[in-house]
Design a protein around this ligand. Structure first.
Ligand SMILES: *Cc1c(COP(=O)(O)O)cnc(C)c1O
Length: 380
Protein backbone atom coordinates (compact mmCIF):
# COMPACT_ATOMS: atom_id res chain seq x y z
CA UNK A 1 0.00 0.00 0.00
CA UNK A 2 1.51 3.31 -0.98
CA UNK A 3 0.85 6.41 1.08
CA UNK A 4 -0.96 9.18 -0.82
CA UNK A 5 0.97 12.46 -0.89
CA UNK A 6 -1.19 13.86 1.92
CA UNK A 7 -0.99 10.79 4.15
CA UNK A 8 1.85 10.97 6.69
CA UNK A 9 4.63 8.40 6.22
CA UNK A 10 4.93 5.86 9.05
CA UNK A 11 8.23 5.58 10.88
CA UNK A 12 7.60 1.87 11.55
CA UNK A 13 4.61 0.19 9.87
CA UNK A 14 3.50 -2.66 12.11
CA UNK A 15 0.03 -2.59 10.53
CA UNK A 16 1.36 -3.62 7.10
CA UNK A 17 3.11 -6.63 8.62
CA UNK A 18 0.02 -7.53 10.64
CA UNK A 19 -2.17 -7.46 7.54
CA UNK A 20 0.20 -10.00 5.96
CA UNK A 21 0.19 -12.49 8.85
CA UNK A 22 -3.12 -11.71 10.59
CA UNK A 23 -4.85 -15.00 9.79
CA UNK A 24 -1.88 -17.04 11.07
CA UNK A 25 -1.60 -14.92 14.21
CA UNK A 26 -5.32 -15.28 14.90
CA UNK A 27 -5.01 -19.06 14.58
CA UNK A 28 -1.92 -19.14 16.81
CA UNK A 29 -3.61 -17.05 19.52
CA UNK A 30 -6.72 -19.23 19.28
CA UNK A 31 -4.59 -22.35 19.88
CA UNK A 32 -3.24 -20.81 23.09
CA UNK A 33 -6.76 -19.86 24.21
CA UNK A 34 -7.82 -23.46 23.54
CA UNK A 35 -5.03 -25.17 25.50
CA UNK A 36 -4.99 -22.51 28.23
CA UNK A 37 -1.32 -22.79 29.23
CA UNK A 38 -0.79 -19.04 29.31
CA UNK A 39 2.53 -19.30 31.14
CA UNK A 40 5.31 -21.73 30.09
CA UNK A 41 3.06 -23.27 27.43
CA UNK A 42 4.33 -25.46 24.59
CA UNK A 43 4.82 -22.46 22.25
CA UNK A 44 7.58 -21.15 24.53
CA UNK A 45 9.65 -24.31 24.11
CA UNK A 46 8.87 -24.39 20.38
CA UNK A 47 9.98 -20.75 19.96
CA UNK A 48 13.22 -21.44 21.83
CA UNK A 49 13.91 -24.44 19.59
CA UNK A 50 13.23 -22.42 16.43
CA UNK A 51 15.37 -19.47 17.56
CA UNK A 52 18.29 -21.79 18.40
CA UNK A 53 18.20 -23.31 14.96
CA UNK A 54 17.71 -19.90 13.33
CA UNK A 55 20.76 -18.25 14.92
CA UNK A 56 22.92 -21.29 15.68
CA UNK A 57 23.08 -20.88 19.47
CA UNK A 58 23.07 -24.10 21.50
CA UNK A 59 20.58 -22.71 24.05
CA UNK A 60 17.84 -20.11 23.83
CA UNK A 61 16.10 -18.97 27.01
CA UNK A 62 13.03 -16.87 26.16
CA UNK A 63 12.09 -14.28 28.76
CA UNK A 64 10.04 -11.22 29.64
CA UNK A 65 12.00 -8.43 27.90
CA UNK A 66 15.37 -7.40 26.55
CA UNK A 67 16.10 -5.55 29.76
CA UNK A 68 15.33 -8.63 31.85
CA UNK A 69 17.43 -10.75 29.50
CA UNK A 70 20.44 -8.53 30.22
CA UNK A 71 19.71 -8.38 33.95
CA UNK A 72 19.31 -12.13 34.34
CA UNK A 73 22.71 -12.76 32.79
CA UNK A 74 24.29 -10.30 35.24
CA UNK A 75 22.46 -12.07 38.10
CA UNK A 76 23.66 -15.45 36.85
CA UNK A 77 27.22 -14.11 36.76
CA UNK A 78 26.87 -12.88 40.36
CA UNK A 79 27.58 -9.24 39.54
CA UNK A 80 27.91 -7.31 42.79
CA UNK A 81 28.92 -3.91 44.21
CA UNK A 82 32.62 -3.26 43.58
CA UNK A 83 32.48 -4.92 40.17
CA UNK A 84 33.05 -2.79 37.08
CA UNK A 85 31.17 -3.34 33.83
CA UNK A 86 31.87 -1.56 30.55
CA UNK A 87 29.32 -0.47 27.96
CA UNK A 88 28.97 2.24 25.33
CA UNK A 89 27.35 5.56 26.33
CA UNK A 90 25.68 5.80 22.93
CA UNK A 91 22.86 3.30 23.50
CA UNK A 92 19.39 2.90 24.99
CA UNK A 93 19.36 3.25 28.75
CA UNK A 94 18.55 -0.40 29.48
CA UNK A 95 22.13 -1.47 28.64
CA UNK A 96 23.47 0.41 31.69
CA UNK A 97 20.33 0.33 33.82
CA UNK A 98 20.69 -3.36 34.62
CA UNK A 99 24.26 -2.82 35.86
CA UNK A 100 22.98 -0.12 38.23
CA UNK A 101 20.26 -2.51 39.51
CA UNK A 102 22.99 -4.75 40.87
CA UNK A 103 24.97 -1.90 42.39
CA UNK A 104 28.04 -2.39 40.20
CA UNK A 105 30.14 0.41 38.70
CA UNK A 106 29.35 1.37 35.12
CA UNK A 107 32.12 2.60 32.81
CA UNK A 108 30.87 4.42 29.75
CA UNK A 109 33.00 3.77 26.70
CA UNK A 110 33.19 5.81 23.50
CA UNK A 111 32.04 4.47 20.13
CA UNK A 112 33.40 4.32 16.61
CA UNK A 113 32.38 7.30 14.45
CA UNK A 114 31.47 5.07 11.48
CA UNK A 115 29.79 2.01 13.00
CA UNK A 116 28.46 3.75 16.16
CA UNK A 117 29.58 0.66 18.12
CA UNK A 118 31.98 0.29 21.07
CA UNK A 119 35.50 1.55 20.41
CA UNK A 120 38.09 -1.06 21.52
CA UNK A 121 40.75 1.58 22.32
CA UNK A 122 38.33 3.45 24.56
CA UNK A 123 37.43 0.12 26.23
CA UNK A 124 41.11 -0.43 27.04
CA UNK A 125 41.29 3.02 28.61
CA UNK A 126 38.20 2.41 30.76
CA UNK A 127 39.45 -0.97 32.02
CA UNK A 128 42.75 0.58 33.11
CA UNK A 129 40.92 3.41 34.91
CA UNK A 130 38.61 0.98 36.72
CA UNK A 131 41.60 -1.04 37.97
CA UNK A 132 43.33 2.17 39.11
CA UNK A 133 40.17 3.06 41.06
CA UNK A 134 40.38 -0.29 42.89
CA UNK A 135 37.34 -1.78 41.17
CA UNK A 136 37.05 -5.34 39.88
CA UNK A 137 36.47 -5.39 36.10
CA UNK A 138 34.22 -8.40 35.36
CA UNK A 139 32.44 -7.90 32.06
CA UNK A 140 31.75 -5.89 28.95
CA UNK A 141 28.41 -5.30 27.23
CA UNK A 142 28.94 -4.33 23.58
CA UNK A 143 25.75 -3.10 21.87
CA UNK A 144 24.91 -3.90 18.24
CA UNK A 145 23.55 -0.44 17.63
CA UNK A 146 20.83 0.05 15.03
CA UNK A 147 21.25 -3.59 13.95
CA UNK A 148 24.98 -3.74 13.14
CA UNK A 149 27.01 -6.25 15.18
CA UNK A 150 29.76 -4.71 17.29
CA UNK A 151 33.42 -5.56 16.67
CA UNK A 152 33.24 -8.85 18.61
CA UNK A 153 36.71 -9.98 17.48
CA UNK A 154 38.36 -6.91 19.01
CA UNK A 155 36.16 -6.92 22.13
CA UNK A 156 36.69 -10.66 22.74
CA UNK A 157 40.44 -10.23 22.41
CA UNK A 158 40.48 -7.52 25.09
CA UNK A 159 38.05 -9.46 27.27
CA UNK A 160 40.18 -12.60 26.99
CA UNK A 161 43.33 -10.73 27.96
CA UNK A 162 41.59 -9.02 30.92
CA UNK A 163 39.58 -12.02 32.12
CA UNK A 164 36.19 -10.45 31.40
CA UNK A 165 33.03 -12.07 30.09
CA UNK A 166 31.22 -10.59 27.07
CA UNK A 167 27.44 -10.11 27.10
CA UNK A 168 26.15 -8.92 23.72
CA UNK A 169 23.26 -6.44 23.83
CA UNK A 170 21.58 -7.56 20.64
CA UNK A 171 18.22 -5.92 21.40
CA UNK A 172 18.42 -4.21 18.00
CA UNK A 173 20.31 -6.83 16.03
CA UNK A 174 18.70 -10.25 16.25
CA UNK A 175 19.06 -11.85 12.83
CA UNK A 176 22.19 -9.89 11.85
CA UNK A 177 25.28 -11.63 10.51
CA UNK A 178 28.91 -11.41 11.55
CA UNK A 179 31.08 -13.07 8.90
CA UNK A 180 29.84 -16.68 8.80
CA UNK A 181 27.99 -16.50 12.13
CA UNK A 182 24.73 -15.02 13.30
CA UNK A 183 24.09 -12.76 16.28
CA UNK A 184 23.43 -15.05 19.25
CA UNK A 185 26.71 -16.95 18.88
CA UNK A 186 29.25 -14.14 19.22
CA UNK A 187 29.64 -13.86 23.00
CA UNK A 188 29.43 -15.75 26.31
CA UNK A 189 25.76 -14.74 26.23
CA UNK A 190 23.63 -12.56 23.95
CA UNK A 191 20.46 -10.74 25.01
CA UNK A 192 17.75 -9.68 22.58
CA UNK A 193 14.40 -7.90 22.78
CA UNK A 194 11.06 -8.65 21.16
CA UNK A 195 9.61 -5.21 21.93
CA UNK A 196 7.09 -4.56 19.12
CA UNK A 197 9.23 -2.02 17.22
CA UNK A 198 12.42 -4.13 17.21
CA UNK A 199 13.23 -6.01 13.99
CA UNK A 200 11.73 -9.23 15.40
CA UNK A 201 8.93 -7.82 17.56
CA UNK A 202 6.08 -9.43 19.46
CA UNK A 203 2.69 -7.80 20.23
CA UNK A 204 3.88 -6.96 23.71
CA UNK A 205 7.10 -7.38 25.67
CA UNK A 206 9.49 -10.28 25.33
CA UNK A 207 13.16 -11.13 25.06
CA UNK A 208 15.66 -13.96 24.96
CA UNK A 209 19.15 -14.97 25.98
CA UNK A 210 21.31 -17.07 23.65
CA UNK A 211 24.30 -19.01 24.91
CA UNK A 212 26.38 -22.10 24.24
CA UNK A 213 26.90 -22.56 27.99
CA UNK A 214 24.45 -25.16 29.27
CA UNK A 215 25.07 -24.37 32.91
CA UNK A 216 24.36 -20.67 32.32
CA UNK A 217 21.14 -21.56 30.46
CA UNK A 218 19.97 -23.70 33.42
CA UNK A 219 20.76 -20.89 35.87
CA UNK A 220 18.77 -18.45 33.71
CA UNK A 221 15.78 -20.83 33.67
CA UNK A 222 15.93 -20.85 37.45
CA UNK A 223 16.28 -17.06 37.76
CA UNK A 224 13.34 -16.34 35.48
CA UNK A 225 11.12 -18.45 37.77
CA UNK A 226 11.94 -17.04 41.22
CA UNK A 227 15.19 -18.93 41.60
CA UNK A 228 13.48 -22.31 41.40
CA UNK A 229 15.33 -25.53 42.14
CA UNK A 230 13.29 -28.68 41.65
CA UNK A 231 10.11 -26.51 41.60
CA UNK A 232 9.11 -22.89 42.15
CA UNK A 233 8.53 -23.82 45.79
CA UNK A 234 12.16 -24.89 46.11
CA UNK A 235 14.17 -21.66 45.94
CA UNK A 236 17.90 -22.04 45.46
CA UNK A 237 18.78 -18.46 44.46
CA UNK A 238 17.25 -15.01 44.19
CA UNK A 239 15.19 -14.82 41.04
CA UNK A 240 12.34 -12.87 39.50
CA UNK A 241 9.28 -13.13 37.26
CA UNK A 242 11.18 -13.25 33.99
CA UNK A 243 9.03 -15.52 31.86
CA UNK A 244 7.67 -14.72 28.39
CA UNK A 245 3.90 -15.12 27.88
CA UNK A 246 2.84 -18.13 25.84
CA UNK A 247 0.72 -15.78 23.72
CA UNK A 248 3.77 -13.72 22.73
CA UNK A 249 5.75 -16.87 21.96
CA UNK A 250 2.93 -18.08 19.70
CA UNK A 251 2.92 -14.73 17.87
CA UNK A 252 6.72 -14.70 17.55
CA UNK A 253 6.70 -18.14 15.91
CA UNK A 254 4.55 -16.67 13.13
CA UNK A 255 6.78 -13.60 12.85
CA UNK A 256 9.98 -15.68 12.74
CA UNK A 257 8.58 -17.57 9.74
CA UNK A 258 8.76 -14.41 7.60
CA UNK A 259 11.72 -12.77 9.35
CA UNK A 260 14.50 -13.69 6.91
CA UNK A 261 12.43 -12.30 4.05
CA UNK A 262 11.91 -9.13 6.08
CA UNK A 263 15.65 -8.83 6.75
CA UNK A 264 16.26 -9.05 2.99
CA UNK A 265 13.66 -6.30 2.42
CA UNK A 266 15.24 -4.09 5.08
CA UNK A 267 18.64 -4.48 3.40
CA UNK A 268 17.16 -3.66 -0.02
CA UNK A 269 15.51 -0.53 1.39
CA UNK A 270 18.66 0.56 3.23
CA UNK A 271 20.76 0.15 0.07
CA UNK A 272 18.27 2.29 -1.85
CA UNK A 273 18.35 5.01 0.84
CA UNK A 274 22.14 5.03 0.71
CA UNK A 275 22.19 5.23 -3.10
CA UNK A 276 19.83 8.22 -3.03
CA UNK A 277 21.41 10.04 -0.09
CA UNK A 278 25.11 9.29 -0.55
CA UNK A 279 25.95 12.70 -2.01
CA UNK A 280 24.11 14.62 0.72
CA UNK A 281 24.80 13.02 4.11
CA UNK A 282 27.10 10.43 5.69
CA UNK A 283 25.13 7.23 5.09
CA UNK A 284 25.40 4.34 7.59
CA UNK A 285 28.43 2.05 7.42
CA UNK A 286 28.20 -1.75 7.68
CA UNK A 287 31.70 -3.26 7.93
CA UNK A 288 32.80 -5.78 5.28
CA UNK A 289 31.52 -9.27 6.05
CA UNK A 290 28.69 -8.10 8.33
CA UNK A 291 24.97 -7.79 7.62
CA UNK A 292 22.70 -5.41 9.52
CA UNK A 293 19.01 -5.93 10.30
CA UNK A 294 18.43 -2.15 10.16
CA UNK A 295 16.61 -1.64 13.43
CA UNK A 296 17.20 1.97 12.41
CA UNK A 297 18.50 3.62 9.26
CA UNK A 298 20.65 6.26 10.95
CA UNK A 299 22.72 8.78 9.02
CA UNK A 300 25.04 11.58 10.06
CA UNK A 301 24.05 15.07 8.96
CA UNK A 302 26.78 17.36 7.72
CA UNK A 303 28.22 19.73 10.28
CA UNK A 304 26.35 23.02 10.20
CA UNK A 305 22.65 22.65 9.35
CA UNK A 306 20.27 22.76 12.32
CA UNK A 307 18.94 19.25 12.92
CA UNK A 308 15.72 20.40 14.60
CA UNK A 309 14.95 22.67 11.64
CA UNK A 310 15.57 19.80 9.22
CA UNK A 311 13.23 17.57 11.19
CA UNK A 312 10.57 20.29 11.31
CA UNK A 313 10.80 20.81 7.55
CA UNK A 314 10.51 17.05 6.90
CA UNK A 315 7.61 16.84 9.29
CA UNK A 316 5.75 19.57 7.38
CA UNK A 317 6.05 17.29 4.34
CA UNK A 318 4.51 14.42 6.32
CA UNK A 319 7.83 12.63 6.87
CA UNK A 320 8.73 11.59 10.42
CA UNK A 321 12.31 11.25 11.63
CA UNK A 322 13.86 10.49 15.01
CA UNK A 323 17.04 11.09 16.97
CA UNK A 324 18.61 8.08 18.68
CA UNK A 325 20.17 9.23 20.98
CA UNK A 326 20.13 12.96 21.68
CA UNK A 327 21.34 12.62 25.28
CA UNK A 328 23.97 9.92 25.74
CA UNK A 329 23.99 7.97 28.97
CA UNK A 330 27.03 9.62 30.57
CA UNK A 331 25.08 12.91 30.35
CA UNK A 332 21.92 11.54 31.98
CA UNK A 333 21.28 12.66 35.57
CA UNK A 334 20.75 9.13 36.84
CA UNK A 335 24.12 7.98 35.45
CA UNK A 336 26.34 11.06 35.77
CA UNK A 337 28.30 9.64 38.75
CA UNK A 338 29.55 6.61 36.81
CA UNK A 339 32.91 6.27 35.05
CA UNK A 340 33.70 7.81 31.68
CA UNK A 341 36.57 6.36 29.61
CA UNK A 342 39.34 8.93 29.38
CA UNK A 343 37.13 11.55 31.07
CA UNK A 344 35.21 12.46 27.91
CA UNK A 345 33.52 10.74 24.99
CA UNK A 346 34.05 13.00 21.97
CA UNK A 347 32.62 10.66 19.33
CA UNK A 348 29.52 9.92 21.39
CA UNK A 349 28.95 13.65 21.89
CA UNK A 350 29.48 14.40 18.18
CA UNK A 351 27.05 11.64 17.14
CA UNK A 352 24.39 12.73 19.62
CA UNK A 353 24.36 16.10 17.85
CA UNK A 354 24.44 14.87 14.25
CA UNK A 355 22.57 11.57 13.87
CA UNK A 356 19.14 11.30 12.29
CA UNK A 357 17.05 8.16 11.79
CA UNK A 358 14.66 7.79 8.85
CA UNK A 359 11.52 5.66 8.52
CA UNK A 360 12.58 2.00 8.22
CA UNK A 361 10.49 -1.15 8.02
CA UNK A 362 10.27 -4.06 5.55
CA UNK A 363 7.05 -2.72 3.97
CA UNK A 364 8.36 0.70 2.93
CA UNK A 365 7.54 0.93 -0.79
CA UNK A 366 9.68 2.85 -3.28
CA UNK A 367 7.35 5.81 -3.82
CA UNK A 368 7.01 6.37 -0.07
CA UNK A 369 10.76 6.05 0.31
CA UNK A 370 11.21 8.64 -2.45
CA UNK A 371 9.06 11.03 -0.42
CA UNK A 372 11.39 10.52 2.55
CA UNK A 373 14.60 11.15 0.62
CA UNK A 374 13.10 14.11 -1.27
CA UNK A 375 11.91 15.67 2.01
CA UNK A 376 15.35 15.27 3.58
CA UNK A 377 17.24 16.60 0.56
CA UNK A 378 14.95 19.63 0.23
CA UNK A 379 15.24 20.27 3.99
CA UNK A 380 19.03 20.28 3.67
C1 LIG B 1 15.21 -1.99 23.33
C2 LIG B 1 16.55 -2.12 23.91
C3 LIG B 1 16.77 -2.77 25.14
C4 LIG B 1 15.65 -3.19 26.05
O1 LIG B 1 14.73 -4.09 25.51
P1 LIG B 1 13.26 -4.16 26.16
O2 LIG B 1 12.69 -5.40 25.56
O3 LIG B 1 12.55 -2.92 25.75
O4 LIG B 1 13.42 -4.28 27.63
C5 LIG B 1 18.07 -2.94 25.57
N1 LIG B 1 19.12 -2.49 24.86
C6 LIG B 1 18.95 -1.84 23.69
C7 LIG B 1 20.16 -1.38 22.95
C8 LIG B 1 17.66 -1.62 23.17
O5 LIG B 1 17.52 -0.97 22.02
Amino acid sequence: MSASPLEPVRFVDLAAQQARIRARVDAAVARVLDHGQYVMGPEVTELEKQLSSHCGATHTVACSSGTDALAMVLMARNVRPGDAIFCPAFTFVATAEVVAWLGAHIWFVDVDAETFNIDPASLDTAIASARQAGQQPVGVIPVDLFGVPADYDAVSKIAGREGLWVLGDAAQSYGARYHNRRVGTLAMATATSFFPAKPLGAYGDGGAVFTDDGELAETLRSILFHGKGTSQYDNVRIGMTGRIDTMQAAILIEKLAIFDEEIAARNRIAARYSAQLGGHVATPVVPEGLQSVWAQYTLKLPEGPDRAAIQASMSEQGVPSAVYYAKPLHRQDAYSHHGVAGGELPVTDMLSERVLSLPMHPYLDESTQDRVTEALISAL
